[in-house]
Design a protein around this ligand. Sequence first.
Ligand code: HEC
Length: 157
Amino acid sequence: MKRKKIYLLWFSNNGGVFVKVNDKIKSDSKLWLKNDKEITSHGDTLLFVNHSDIFREIFDIDAKNGNGFIGHLSSFQNINPLDTPDVFDKESLLRFEKGETESSKIYSINNRRYFSYMNPLYIEPECLKCHGVQDYKVGDVRGGICIHVPMDKYDTF
Ligand code: HEC
């Protein structure tokens, strides 16, 4: 969780990165930022991606690694519909707005029990480059980063 926040800061400091287009990072996957494209001298197409695309990829890799973790970003002012808060996220985001700094709960998704944990993501000066247009100011809760850890193996104890 802490590491993912560090990634977010790194991406924000650098304003995003260019990656080679593949079957996941497609040229039409952006919702908001200008879709900057570059063609290299080798003929590869590079696409500008923001931290959300990268996070989704990292969370996907986590999920496929067999640990069953489900992770996502969430916000009341979500730009991407995929980041719409669910019941647990909403409760957590409201707590963060009151000053709490973490939230957790045992939670069921598709009849499977998960330990759900969420941390707030606050607006830092670097975030305003993009999220400034949403009227945020430094220190505001921009959203949260959430992870659901399956309880199956712990339920047997
Ligand atoms: C280079 C532009 C850029 C910067 C800098 C940036 N973001 Fe984002 N952020 C985006 C875009 C674009 C999206 C939605 C894109 C998507 O999911 O396709 C997004 C989505 C999010 C979301 C998910 C909710 C939503 O709106 O869908 C959170 C939470 C978030 N950003 C937090 C932050 C924080 C905190 C910082 C600073 C530490 C930051 N962002 C810096 C561009 C940026």
